[in-house]
Structure formats: C-alpha cells, structure tokens
Design a protein around this ligand. Sequence first.
Ligand code: RB5
Length: 150
Amino acid sequence: MEKRRIVIAADHAGYPLKQALIGLLTAEGYPVADMGTDSTASCDYPVYAEKACKYLTEGNADLCILCCGTGIGMSMAANKIKGIRAACCTDIFSTKFTRLHNDANVLCLGARVLGEGLAWELVQAFVTTDFEGGKHARRVAMITEIENRR
Ligand code: RB5
C-alpha cells in the first residue's frame, strides 16, 4: 500500500509527542508535513488545528494527526472545519473503527493521557486502515449533509 501523506500539528502540551511521532513516521517512510508548534512554549491549540486541517482539506495530505494535552480541544476545533472528521481516540479498537466506519481523516491524541508507546500503536492503526464504504458511506454522507445545512 502507498504510504499515506501525513500532516501533523500540536500545541505546547502535545509538542513532545508530536516530535516523537514525526521521528517514528519518518523512519517508516511516511511523508510528514509539520505545521508546528515548534517548542513547549505556551500557545493556543485552535491555531494549529486550523493550520493542519487547512493543509489537509486543500489536498496536500491524506490524513492528519493533532496532539494536545487531552486531544479533546484539538478535536473540537478541527471538527468546526468543513470536510474534517476528527476523532479523539485512546484505544486501538476505536481508532481502527473510526477509519473503517466514520472515514475519520484526523486523529487527535492526548499527550497527557497516552504514553508514547500506545500513541504510536494508535497512529499505526489509523494510517494503515481503510474506510469500509458501503452503508457507512451513506452515513458519512449524512454527516456532510448536516455540515452543509447547519
Ligand atoms: C493546554 O494546557 C491544554 O488545555 C490543551 O493542550 C488541551 O488539552 C486542550 O484540550
């Protein structure tokens, strides 16, 4: 399978995890675009969620990974953007099924919740699992219809 193009971003709390994931993804041959932040200096996660999601929805990457303290703020901000289906995950099952059934295009991770080892397992499940389509495509289209209507 062709390696998916990944865009990644974090706030200060997610910065160390982002750096670790960039190293691991790059070592596995994934093209990774880093949208910041560039240090552990305090910053605002919505800025980085928007920047990375813009990069994704403009077609420059296939999947996005966002890291903050809990993963929740990043997912809330990302899900305000048209075309984004962001999932904040802490277990392998949900991570796999949000690709299979929801066609999630953004994985949000909590650096203060997950160890680096588990975070890497989740990332690997996310980037190697395909959307199942079929009846799930109809439901994902319904999410888009809500997005367009509300
Ligand atoms: C930063 O302190 C923290 O609020 C942020 O990283 C994130 O957890 C928000 O959801």
